[in-house]
Design a protein around this ligand. Structure first.
Ligand code: NAD
Length: 498
């Protein structure tokens, strides 16, 4: 069992439908584990099609007849700000629960809780500042955009930073006036049920937010296939995204897909090496390496390669792995034994695909729980599986390069294209490389910090569509064009000739 068990843990995690906590109609449940000891600490309601039907019915009623979609932006904005206040006020409790359920180090979980509040505050501001297009066609017409929320949004989220990633979808969906059905990840259902009380206390009307727990193939699948849900926002693995894409085709649903990554961090010889080492360590080992934008392939220019890998490996060996609830911990426990087994299989594979410089297994002092040593492989070839495949754990592949062209070929030589990190003091090279790299986001001489106004999303197998700022509002709304004649009507007069 984890060293710290939060007080008042629920033994049963339920759905929240139409303003009430409920079990599955069938009574089906699934076990929920804590990752530091892999002990079952709760059962969660396992939603089936009939539970999704109820949740969509509640969300549809709230959308068609409730006040939420019809409120003035300022009124909705006030509610969103109250949500942010409530999240901030309980950030320590949120972090405690999230750490217990996911194995994320407590200091990092706290940062994620605060970011969740910030997501609500940001969209609260955005909707009151929003202006839509209006065009005057001199002497003829005025055209304007009538923006309308799309309806019931299906939100499907993964287990890494679950509460924060849920907020990333909930905030713009609710800000836009949509009502929602959230299906959180089955590995980590604990924090999602906190939304119910937060929304209730903030004044969100019943039926606007609905939560159905359950397995992806059951509850998630039923949500994706429900004809009353016109749009699906999904974050998760690329293969799951492909299945959902196919299943959305029947009803031509709107889709936003934030998928996997295998992002390169490119370190040129002219870089500030100290800063690059700090950032590339944080980039792959923060959040236990369970991070979609992890810079999990580091490409290093040959003249500084040996120096870089020696210093990098020394630091990796020194990373504090341990009890997720200890503020000194830098890498906690991986989310679930199944995921642990997957990451460990890559660690073993890496021993034949690269030169092991740090880690390579479970820390000796931690015989239980899903702990993995920060693991560093050098001299990894482009065709190696640990170079190509998303591991989603504290494992990094480092590869040398000799020229800018080779670096670009290596950076782009995978199916993913989520993020890229570039370290160089040459301004021209930095921008040229940034523009040529196949990724949705690039950080130059920077670790992963993102202003909420900027686009977020991947290219290639890393995603479809971009959210962030107004792009998120665009996803959850329709922009209907309205055209009004202001001068005389100029219509070709069919049938009026002699
Ligand atoms: P996953 O794809 O296994 O599951 C994600 C969600 O989809 C879960 O809620 C799951 O229950 C549900 N699901 C599974 N099968 C489904 C189906 N057939 N129909 C509908 N729903 C289904 O992903 P995961 O293992 O929970 O998360 C890790 C992955 O998420 C990694 O690949 C990571 O890169 C990615 N991720 C991407 C981003 C991003 O913004 N690009 C952010 C975080 C995580």
């Amino acid at each position: 069992m984890a060293t710290h068990t939060p007080a008042n843990l629920p033994e049963r995690i339920q759905h929240y439908i139409g303003g009430k906590f409920v079990d599955s109609i069938s009574g089906a449940t699934f076990d929920v584990l804590e990752p530091a000891g892999n002990t079952v600490y709760a059962t969660a309601a396992a939603g089936q099609k009939e539970d999704i039907d109820l949740a969509v019915a509640a969300a549809t009623e709230a959308f068609e007849n409730g006040p939420w979609p019809r409120m003035l932006p300022r009124a909705r904005s006030r509610v969103l700000n109250r949500i942010a206040d409530l999240v901030e006020a309980q950030d320590a409790r949120l972090a405690e629960l999230e750490t217990f359920d996911t194995g994320l180090p407590i200091t990092q979980a706290l940062g994620q809780a605060q970011r969740a509040a910030e997501n609500f505050r940001f969209f609260a501001d955005l909707i009151v500042a929003q202006a839509d297009d209006t065009y005057k066609v001199p002497g003829r017409q005025i055209n304007y955009v009538n923006r309308k929320p799309k309806g019931v949004a299906g939100l499907i989220t993964p287990w890494n930073t679950p509460f924060m990633l849920e907020s990333w979808k909930l905030a713009p969906a609710l800000a836009s006036g949509c009502t929602v059905v959230l299906k959180p990840a089955e590995f980590t259902p604990l924090s999602a049920s906190l939304w119910a009380k937060i929304f209730e206390d903030a004044g969100v009307p019943d039926g606007v937010f609905n939560l159905v727990n359950g397995l992806g193939e059951e509850a998630g699948d039923a949500l994706v296939k429900h004809p009353g849900v016109p749009l699906i926002s999904f974050t998760g693995e690329t293969t799951t995204g492909q299945t959902i894409f196919r299943n959305c085709a029947a009803d031509l649903k709107g889709m936003s897909m934030e998928l996997g990554g295998k992002s390169p961090a490119v370190v040129f010889a002219d870089a500030d090496l100290d800063a690059a080492i700090d950032s590339t360590l944080f980039g792959v080992f923060s959040l236990n390496g369970e991070r979609c934008t992890a810079g999990s392939r580091i490409l290093v220019e040959r003249p500084v390669y040996e120096d870089f890998i020696a210093r990098y490996a020394a630091r990796a060996k020194n990373i504090v792995v341990g009890d997720p609830n200890d503020p000194k911990t830098e890498v906690g426990a991986l989310v679930h034994p199944e995921h642990f087994a997957k990451v460990m299989s890559y660690v073993e594979l890496g021993k034949s695909e690269g030169r092991l410089l740090a880690g390579g297994g479970r820390p000796e002092a931690l015989p239980d729980g899903n702990y993995v040593q920060p693991t560093v492989f050098a001299d990894v070839a482009k065709n190696a599986r640990i170079f190509q495949e998303e591991i989603f754990g504290p494992v990094v592949a480092i590869t040398p390069f000799d020229t800018d062209e080779e670096a670009l070929e290596l950076a782009n030589g995978v199916k993913y294209g989520l993020a890229a990190y570039i370290w160089t003091s040459n301004l021209e090279r930095a921008h040229t490389f940034a523009h040529a790299v196949e990724s949705g986001m690039v950080w130059l001489n920077s670790h992963n910090v993102r202003d909420l106004r900027t686009p977020f999303g991947g290219v290639k197998a890393s995603g479809l569509g971009h959210e962030g700022g107004y792009r998120s509002i665009d996803f959850y709304t329709d922009q209907q064009a309205v055209h009004i004649t202001v001068g005389p009507v100029h219509t070709a007069r069919f049938g009026a000739s002699q």
